[in-house]
Design a binder for this molecule. Structure first.
Ligand SMILES: C[S@@+](CC[C@H](N)C(=O)[O-])C[C@H]1O[C@@H](n2cnc3c(N)ncnc32)[C@H](O)[C@@H]1O
Ligand code: SF4
Length: 395
C-alpha cells in the first residue's frame, strides 16, 4: 500500500515547486514524530499543516459524517446556529500574516468550504502570501467556480467521492457523484484552456460497509479524469467502549466533556470483511493506475482485519499532531484534533496564533500525550489526522 508521500514524486513532474514544498511539510511532520517527546526551550513555531474549518454549513448529509451524518454533531438547527459565528476575512488576513514565514500547507475544509461567503477572496489572499492552498470539498460547487479557481492558482483539490455513481449517491446523496465529477472535468477543461498544471486534483474516498466491495469501480472510473492521486481512507470509526473511556479520560485529565467522538460511533464499519477488503485493495493496486492509489493509514495488510474487527485495538504509532499541526474552527477556536473540537486552546479573535499554540493549555495537552501509553489518548485509535502522514504501521 502506498503512503501519502508517494504523491510527491508524481507531483514533481507537474509542479516541482509545489512538490518540494509538500515534501518539506511532510519532513516537518516526520520530525514531529521524532521530537514529540521533547519540548522546545523557545516558542514552538513548527507548523506543517494548518487546517481552516471555514464553515459549519453543508449542502449534503453524508451518512458517516461526524458533522452532519446520522450521528452528526451539527444536525438540525445546530448548523444554522453555528453558522452565525463564522469568521470575517480580516481575522484570516491577520492569521496568514502570522504564520506565513513558517510555510505551513493551508488545508481548507468545513462543512462545505464553498459555502464560506468569502472563499474566493480568502483563496487569493493565501496564494498572494506565497502559501499553498489545498482544499477538501464535496465537489458540488466546483463546476461553478472552476474558472476562478484555476485563474487564482490554487494548489490542490481533494474531492470527496465515496463510490461509483449509485454507491456514492447512496452515501452522499442524489446526484452528488455527477456533480462532483462534472466539477473535476470543469477544472481539467479550464487548466487545459490556460495551459497550466494547477490545481492538482485528486479523489478521497472513505471506506464503509456500503462501498468497500465496489471501490475498484470508482478507481477504474477515475482513470478517465486527469487526477494526481486517489486516497482511500480506511475511515474514522469507534465503538461504545472507546467513547466511554475517552470521555472519562478527558473529564479526569482536562475537565472537559469530550462529546465529538460519539459522532463517529455509527456502525458503518461493522460487517467489513478485512480479508476480502485486503484482496480488493490488492486487485486495485494491480490495476496499474495512471496515478498513485494511496491507502491511509498505510498499515500492513495483516492489520486490515483488526482495523475493522477490533476498534479498541491500537494500530497507530504515537501522535505527532500537536507538535506540527493545528485546526482553526469556523468560530476562531484553535484545537489540535481537527475532527474533535473538545479541548479548545484559545480563539484567534482574542489572541495571536503563536501565543495560543504555546500557551499552558497547549503545553498541558502535549505533556499528557507524551506521557500516555503508546503516545495516544483512548479515543485516538482510528483518528484520520494521526494517520495522515501515512507512515507504514507494522504488523
Ligand atoms: C467533513 S468533510 C468536509 C469537507 C467537504 N464537505 C467534503 O465532504 O469533502 C472532510 C472529509 O471527511 C470525510 N469524512 C466524513 N466522514 C468521515 C468518517 N467517518 N471517517 C473518515 N472521514 C470522513 C469526508 O468524506 C471528507 O473527505
Ligand atoms: S459533504 Fe462533507 S461535510 Fe457535508 S455531510 Fe458530506 S462529509 Fe460531511
Amino acid at each position: 500500500m502506498k503512503s501519502n508521500f508517494s504523491m510527491v514524486p508524481y507531483m514533481m513532474k507537474r509542479n516541482p515547486r509545489l512538490a518540494l514544498s509538500t515534501a518539506r511539510n511532510f519532513w516537518t511532520m516526520y520530525r514531529a514524530y521524532g521530537l514529540s517527546g521533547d519540548f522546545p526551550r523557545r516558542l514552538l513555531k513548527r507548523l506543517s499543516l494548518l487546517y481552516l474549518n471555514l464553515t459549519p454549513l453543508c449542502n449534503l448529509r453524508c451518512l458517516m459524517c461526524g458533522q452532519r451524518g446520522i450521528k452528526g454533531t451539527l444536525s438540525g438547527s445546530a448548523e444554522q446556529e453555528a453558522a452565525k459565528s463564522v469568521l470575517p476575512l480580516s481575522v484570516y488576513e491577520k492569521l496568514i500574516r502570522e504564520v506565513q514565514k513558517y510555510h505551513p500547507m493551508l488545508y481548507l475544509w468545513g462543512g462545505e468550504p464553498f459555502l464560506y461567503p468569502h472563499l474566493m477572496e480568502l483563496g487569493r489572499m493565501i496564494i498572494s502570501s506565497g502559501l499553498n492552498l489545498s482544499i477538501n470539498t464535496n465537489g458540488t460547487f466546483l463546476e461553478e467556480y472552476a474558472e476562478q479557481v484555476v485563474r487564482d492558482k490554487w494548489s490542490a483539490i481533494f474531492v470527496s467521492v465515496d463510490g461509483f455513481e449509485q454507491i456514492n449517491d447512496e452515501i452522499r446523496g442524489k446526484n452528488s457523484y455527477a456533480r462532483a465529477m462534472a466539477g473535476i472535468a470543469a477544472i481539467n477543461r479550464e487548466k487545459k484552456k490556460r495551459g497550466v498544471p494547477l490545481p492538482n486534483l485528486g479523489i478521497v474516498s472513505v471506506v464503509n460497509r456500503i462501498n468497500y466491495r465496489y471501490m475498484g469501480d470508482l478507481v477504474k472510473a477515475g482513470q478517465n479524469y486527469d487526477l494526481s492521486w486517489h486516497i482511500i481512507n480506511l475511515g474514522t470509526y469507534t465503538c461504545d467502549k472507546v467513547v466511554e473511556e475517552n470521555k472519562r479520560f478527558y473529564r479526569e485529565n482536562f475537565g472537559v466533556e469530550a462529546c465529538h467522538l460519539e459522532a463517529y460511533n455509527t456502525g458503518f464499519n461493522e460487517g467489513i470483511d478485512g480479508e476480502e477488503f485486503y484482496r480488493i485493495l490488492t486487485d486495485i493496486h494491480a490495476l496499474g493506475s495512471k496515478y498513485p492509489i494511496i491507502t491511509v493509514p498505510a498499515i500492513r495488510p495483516k492489520l486490515i482485519q483488526d482495523y475493522y474487527g477490533f476498534p479498541g485495538k491500537a494500530l497507530l504509532g504515537r501522535c505527532p499532531v500537536p507538535w506540527s499541526q493545528a485546526n482553526i474552527n469556523y468560530n476562531g477556536d484553535v484545537h489540535f484534533c481537527a475532527d474533535y473540537p473538545d479541548y479548545i486552546l484559545g480563539n484567534i479573535q482574542n489572541e495571536d496564533f503563536w501565543t495560543i499554540y504555546n500557551n499552558s493549555r497547549a503545553q498541558a495537552f502535549r505533556e499528557k500525550l507524551k506521557n500516555s501509553p503508546r503516545g495516544i489518548f483512548p479515543g485516538c485509535l482510528r483518528c484520520y489526522q494521526n494517520m495522515l502522514f501515512g507512515r507504514r504501521v507494522r504488523a
